[in-house]
Design a protein around this ligand. Structure first.
Ligand SMILES: [Mg+2]
Length: 366
């Protein structure tokens, strides 16, 4: 079904994000969510929506640079063009513009939304290889705070029904062993513990020491222990430790995934459209990881519900995501008091209910 793009619009929105318990990682503190909302109108008067969930420390992009790249390059490239599939438009963009994955993804997500709406279908109906999961277990990030604050946050999230806790680790001056021990003592054996160092450990030796010190508290996953551009180091840590390794910052693009697979550098791949430079790329990367025997889980840059809708769609629809084994970072409603969309995405007993409805099932509220 062909689609003629009439107009691409960007606007910047500041979303009020929780300050108490804000995510603190080795990269810094997430205390502001200034994102770009992309709206694409087709010639037949339909609309599709996407969010550039930008954080300069993460991809080198801001809401302003995403807006500029879309207004200056992507918009003029696509406006007036006819496409039979969103992948055709993204291929054109990728040939003309290097980098800027979150800007590209916001456009690609909006095109998928629009393309599905044009067919009066949910995107899940177009991509699913299984009966979509009805409720996806959420993993929530607990910032790298001292033990007492860590316990308080863990208790709050546990009481909200979240069963998988992701402890940010590797911030100098914070005793991660004391934090994880304190939470185990308080909440017992039931919570699933994962850690995410966001590349904090500078060498394989340092990473192995840090992981081995925390393994007595029963880790189910170690996320990105080593710096993002050191795939060999990540592979070495995986060989030397027993807990499954998740690649996050190390693998943004399909090309990086190929190299990580060649090195057998990870067990679980963190996937989401912003990081991957498009929903289209997330689909192909999930398929490639699955073909290589690797599991996938949704990662996050603290999307609003607008950004989370395509994440929930991927996790629910594709068998590459074993969501009961590896929970997904669908934690937006624990950090934003107001939803950015209608209808809001529901988090019930620690599980996200994927939106139903055509497209990705949501429309920006503002
Ligand atoms: Mg991560």
């Amino acid at each position: 079904m062909s689609l003629v793009i009439k107009h691409i619009d960007c606007r910047i929105v500041d979303h009020a994000v929780r300050q108490d318990g804000a995510i603190v990682s080795s990269l810094g503190r997430h205390s502001a969510s200034r994102y770009c909302i992309v709206t694409i109108e087709s010639r037949d008067g339909l609309f599709g929506y996407g969010e550039a969930t930008t954080a300069p420390i993460w991809s080198g992009e801001s809401a302003e640079t995403a807006t500029w790249m879309i207004d200056r390059f992507i918009g003029p490239l696509l406006t007036g063009s006819t496409f039979d599939h969103p992948a055709e438009a993204l291929a054109l963009v990728d040939r003309q513009l290097y980098g800027n994955p979150f800007a590209k993804a916001a456009v690609d997500v909006a095109l998928w939304d629009l393309w599905a709406r044009r067919q009066e279908k949910a995107v899940a109906d177009l991509i699913a290889d299984r009966r979509p999961v009805e409720a996806i277990p959420t993993r929530v990030s607990i910032g790298c705070y001292p033990a007492e604050e860590t316990v308080r946050l863990a208790q709050e999230f546990w009481a909200a029904g979240v069963r998988t806790l992701k402890f940010k680790t590797g911030v100098p001056g914070i005793d991660d062993v004391a934090r994880l021990r304190a939470v185990r003592e308080e909440l017992g054996d039931e919570p699933i513990f994962t850690i995410d160092a966001n590349g904090a450990y500078a060498s394989a030796d340092e990473a192995v020491r840090a992981v081995e010190a925390l393994e007595p508290f029963a880790l189910s996953l170690v996320e990105q222990p080593t710096p993002r551009d050191r795939l060999n180091m990540l592979a070495e840590v995986r060989r030397r430790t027993r807990t499954p390794i998740m690649a996050d910052e190390a693998v943004f693009s399909p090309a990086e995934l190929n190299e990580a697979l060649e090195l057998d550098a990870f067990d679980v791949l963190s996937i989401y459209p912003g990081k991957n430079g498009g929903f289209t790329h997330s689909l192909s990367m999930a398929a490639a990881a699955q073909a290589a025997g690797k599991a996938c889980a949704i990662g996050s840059n603290l999307e609003t519900d607008l950004g989370q809708a395509p994440h929930a769609c991927l996790a629910a629809s594709l068998s590459a995501f074993p969501v009961e084994t590896y929970a997904c970072d669908l934690m937006g409603s624990l950090f934003y008091s107001e939803s950015a969309v209608t209808p809001p995405i529901v988090l019930d007993k620690g599980r996200v209910i994927p939106p139903r409805g055509i497209g990705f099932g949501v429309v920006p509220r503002v």
